[in-house]
Design a binder for this molecule. Sequence first.
Ligand code: CA2
Length: 151
Amino acid sequence: MSSHRILLVNGPNLNLLGTREPGIYGTGTLADAERLVEETAGAHGFEVRAVQSNHEGVLLDAIHAAREDCAGIVINPGGLTHTSVVLRDALSGVGLPVAEVHISDVYAREDFRHHSYVRDVADVHVIGEGIPGYGVAVERLIRVIAGHADG
Ligand code: CA2
């Protein structure tokens, strides 16, 4: 492993966390999620680069750049989970370990949220555990980075 940095990617609308829909997403904010990932990763000696964007191309550029200096990616793609072949291609293209996170239980929601283009290019899946799920995801991702196949 050449790098001790993790890329944290949050997709469209996740900047709205904590402002609306607390019944689905809770009351925590994007800053809370980012802090949790930083603290959890930091305890294992990893730095975090956090990116949130409402623009797909910005997310793709961040994922491509991770190839140079990151050991793995934690991503909540937001609604792009269910629509984006290009996001999936970017993740498989960089070849880093990936943890897919969803705050809500997408399988208990509308049918269109049941399919994920990211699912089978991710090594770790944490779904429906709220904001604490980001901490679980980074712990499991670091296990994969360290060479434990089961995450
Ligand atoms: O549960 C998740 O983490 C999701 O990735 C969140 C996405 C949704 O499209 C996915 O199906 C599941 C939506 C993020 C939007 O977050 C908001 C937060 C507060 C208010 C409005 C939107």
